[in-house]
Unconditional design. Structure first.
Length: 70
């Protein structure tokens, strides 16, 4: 690797995870208003979205830490 450049594969993986996280957050945004209106199904989808987003954040953090060590 020249000039400390990171491998392209690692960047592609982290970009994919980050893109997934942004998509999940966008989907969660659509569930907010129906949740306020009392929709039980929207509330359940929002809960699942939060759980999924938390997992993706952990993956992004782990990838960032791995990249910081190399």
């Amino acid at each position: 690797m020249v000039n400390g450049a990171k491998p392209a594969v690692s960047q592609a993986v982290s970009q994919g995870t980050y893109s997934d996280l942004l998509a999940v957050i966008e989907e969660m945004g659509r569930e907010i208003r129906p949740t306020y209106a009392g929709s039980k199904s929207a509330m359940e989808r929002l809960k699942r979205g939060i759980i999924h987003a938390r997992a993706l954040v952990r993956e992004c953090l782990a990838e960032t830490e791995r990249n910081a060590r190399t």
